[in-house]
Design a protein around this ligand. Structure first.
Ligand code: AMP
Length: 381
């Protein structure tokens, strides 16, 4: 066990790093962050920041030597930096987890081996693979880069062979993954924490609604059949065990069919706290960030049950600031709504600036209230 008072290192200073650090400090740990931006969201919360690029192996090695455990807020840590950290401190999650989770082909292969259902998919290393891949997926299909894609970036819908050839000439780097389109009726995610001792805690399943490929609203618990929830839990446990995860893993699924025909199709995973889990800060007995810190330090995991039986979250993107400072007084007339802001300077369009949470027995009603509050935030011109 890494006892409170020890130092935790966090690679990446965005909102996830910041909320990890808030939880770590509540538990009495010190925090040293690493980020190229000295004004990043983590900087205001960490005891100390190392200002360096993630690929600067010497800086990562220096940080690693000063902390009892090093965690990450994103999966795309350059391999040289991970190698530099190894041997100097404990990595949580380990390099094998980041290696699998940062690559769409590897994560889908892993999910299949762990017994989860995926959509039909095929690797494309060059134009010569295209016909065979489309024979596996059929049309329409979705073509994605394997690495560095997020929030819908690096992917194209293919309705014809011509579109496929055009997309193949622009999407980089190779290889790409072609996926059959899943006729989903909803999207959901499930988050697990796993300690070095193998102890696990799983949050109730989240239902996620996206707008322009960016998470917009999360409801918890997702309205799913109990057999579907059980399948999500079995699936995430199998993934965490296969990866020998120390830390937090989020898996995203498509929900297909309903009633007795309802089933989950695995889409992707992230080896860290996830935007869909932000609602747990206010709706759950122990949130995803505190449980992440407990998992990487091997403290007993906290209770993931819901305080009031449910809740919802809405993201606040830069657009909320389009006409000036949001009207906080007007929006927060519902005193149960909690505001989380990440301390980011410039509210650019699509940039995640913060979120609103509401714990409530009825998640759909909570979401409705949060959406109304977000509307009221937009200052009148
Ligand atoms: P991803 O980056 O894989 O999470 O994809 C972003 C969004 O694109 C997902 O949330 C879905 O709405 C959609 N999408 C991705 N892959 C598929 C697929 N195979 N079938 C249908 N929709 C997809």
């Amino acid at each position: 066990m890494i006892t409170p008072g020890s130092r935790i290192g966090i690679l990446g200073g965005g909102q996830l790093g910041r909320m990890m650090a808030i939880a770590a400090r509540r538990l009495g740990y010190g925090v040293i962050g690493l980020d190229p931006d000295p004004a990043c969201p983590l900087a205001a919360v960490a005891d100390e920041m190392v200002v360096a690029a993630y690929g600067e192996a010497a800086a990562v090695a220096h940080l690693a030597a000063r902390v009892a455990v090093l965690t990450v807020e994103f999966e795309n840590v350059p391999a040289e930096s991970l190698a530099a950290a190894q041997g100097r401190t404990r990595l949580a999650p380990g390099p094998q987890v980041l290696h699998a989770a940062r690559h769409r082909l590897r994560e889908k292969d892993l999910a299949r081996h762990a017994g989860l259902t995926t959509t039909a998919y095929a690797a494309i290393h060059g134009p010569e693979d295209l016909d065979a891949a489309l024979a596996v997926t059929g049309l329409p299909a979705i073509l994605k880069t394997c690495e560095l894609g997020y929030d819908g970036k690096g992917q194209r819908l293919l309705r014809s062979r011509d579109e496929a050839h055009a997309a193949l000439s622009v999407l980089r780097p190779l290889p790409l993954i072609a996926e059959a389109v899943v006729p989903f009726r909803a999207e959901c995610s499930v988050i697990i924490h796993r300690s070095p001792s193998g102890a696990c805690a799983i949050h109730p399943v989240f239902e996620n609604r996206h707008h322009r490929h960016i998470l917009d609203v999360t409801l918890v618990p997702a309205a799913l059949a109990s057999a579907t929830v059980a399948a999500a839990e079995t699936g995430i446990r199998a993934l965490a065990a296969a990866l020998d995860l120390h830390g937090t893993l989020c898996a995203e699924f498509f929900v297909v069919g309903s009633g007795a025909d309802e089933r989950l199709v695995f889409n992707e995973m992230a080896p860290r706290p996830h935007n869909s889990g932000h609602v747990t800060i206010d709706a759950s007995r122990c949130c995803q960030f505190e449980n992440h810190i407990r998992a990487i330090t091997d403290l007993p995991l906290g209770d993931t049950s819901l305080l009031l039986g449910g809740g919802a979250m809405v993201n606040l993107l830069g657009e909320v600031w389009a006409s000036g400072e949001p009207d906080w007084a007007n929006a927060l007339t519902n005193a149960a709504i909690k505001v989380h802001l990440y301390g980011k300077g410039e509210p650019r369009s699509g940039r995640k600036m913060g979120h609103l949470n509401l714990a409530a027995a009825d998640p759909a009603e909570a979401a409705k209230r949060l959406i109304a509050a977000r509307e009221a935030l937009r200052a009148s011109p």
